[in-house]
Every structure is written in C-alpha cells, then in structure tokens.
Design a protein around this ligand. Sequence first.
Ligand SMILES: Cc1cc2nc3c(=O)[nH]c(=O)nc-3n(C[C@H](O)[C@H](O)[C@H](O)COP(=O)(O)OP(=O)(O)OC[C@H]3O[C@@H](n4cnc5c(N)ncnc54)[C@H](O)[C@@H]3O)c2cc1C
Length: 218
Amino acid sequence: MNARIKQIVDEVKDIKSFRLKPEQKLSYVAGQWMYVRLSTDLRHHFTISASPSEEFLQFTTKFRAESLYKQALWKKKEGDEVEVNGPFGSFVLDEKDTTPRLFIAGGIGITPFRSMIKYATDRQINLPITLLYSGKNTGEMAFISEFNVQSSMFSVWVIETVKEGRIDAKKIQDLVPDWRDRTWWVCGPPPMVEAMVELAQKMGVDANKLRSEEFTGY
Ligand SMILES: Cc1cc2nc3c(=O)[nH]c(=O)nc-3n(C[C@H](O)[C@H](O)[C@H](O)COP(=O)(O)OP(=O)(O)OC[C@H]3O[C@@H](n4cnc5c(N)ncnc54)[C@H](O)[C@@H]3O)c2cc1C
C-alpha cells in the first residue's frame, strides 16, 4: 500500500528516520520489518523503528553514496509517497516472556531495539533489559539521547569502537555480570552478528537463549 512521508528526521550524521502515514493502519509487533519500495527496481527491507505505542510508522537508515536506493531515498521530500508491504519477521518483543534480555546492537542494528525499548517503556512492561550498543563513535549512532535513562528495568552501555574496540567476552562480563541469566538478542550487519553469535557460543550461551537478526546489504 502507499504511504505518505509525513516527516524526515535527521538523527545523526548520514542517518535519517522517515515517518510515514500509510493509507491504512499497519498493525505490527515491536521488532518487525517491512518492505519499502521507491520504484519498480528499488525495494529494501527495513525494520520498523517506531513502536506500536506511537502514532506513526517509521524506518531509519544510513546513507551510502554508492547505493542507488539511498540516492533515491535521500531525494525524497515530506509529502512524497513510497510503497510499504508488511509487517514480517519474528525478531520481536513477546510481552508475556519476562526473561531478562541482553540486547546487543551494532550500528544501524539498533532499530528493532529502539522499537522494543520504546514499547516496553511506554507500556510499562516489567521486563529487565540491558542494551550494549556499539558503533564507531557516538556522532554516528542514532537514538542515543533516547536511551539516556538508567532505571531498575533498563540499563544501556554505549561502546565506541574507535576508542574502546569491539565487544568481547571481557566487556560483556564486566558490564553485564548476570549475562548468563539473560536471553541474548543480537542485531546488526552480518559480520557483527556472526562475531557476536560466535562469542555467545564460546561463552557457553545455550542456542535457545540466543536470537539474532542480520541486516543483509551492509
Ligand atoms: C530483516 C532486515 C531488516 C533490515 N532493517 C534495516 C534497518 O532498519 N535500517 C537499515 O538501514 N537497513 C536495514 N536492513 C538492510 C537494508 O535492507 C539494506 O540492505 C541496507 O540498508 C543497505 O542498502 P544499500 O542500498 O545501502 O546497499 P545496496 O546498494 O543495496 O547493497 C550494498 C551491498 O550489499 C549487497 N547486498 C544488497 N542486498 C543484499 C542481500 N539481501 N543479501 C546479500 N547481499 C546484499 C550488494 O550486492 C552490495 O554489495 C535490513 C535488512 C533486513 C534483512
């Protein structure tokens, strides 16, 4: 169905969120994704970075100069239309499962976690979440200011890889002492997800406590 771009938000350098108003309401669960088609040849998957508790539908993405898709998207203006199709995906927040979570995001892989954290906060769901959010530097990482609240339910650790290196076993053990009791949720570009899944396996995390979503195309 068609969706009108209501607002384009500059999140950080080279990352924008596109807030949409679809022709009909698109019901989804926090963490799901949709297709966004700009023309016959230009279609990509995008996580819905909004939360079902919000009025608008939204996706968030990073500019890449070599990408025809991103070139076309960056030319779009408020009031233009795109086509959306969805929702899809099972990397989602199940409200009934209150097992503590460890979310590990690499760069733009923050989008499903932004949706889940916003939803859990807005609906006051009793769900302990620790977020490890890694990226080159904070100037290139979306939504950081939103996560600036530590509470008994939510804690966030931002890891700037240029200064601190990548997430490894020591960082996880130091920052998340109860990592064994949490289900692990990993999202980001494929090499990052593969590295984190391998790390989890080496640390002895059970396969049934480990979930991941790869953003193919990065
Ligand atoms: C479930 C899911 C959710 C996603 N959510 C987001 C999101 O929230 N935000 C976001 O920015 N991106 C998301 N992505 C990735 C997004 O769909 C694009 O692939 C990404 O933005 C790169 O697009 P591009 O136009 O910059 O690169 P492109 O120009 O499309 O491609 C870059 C490189 O990747 C290769 N490539 C492209 N697509 C694939 C593919 N499917 N498999 C293997 N190689 C491929 C190309 O050959 C090229 O070498 C998601 C992907 C998936 C699968």
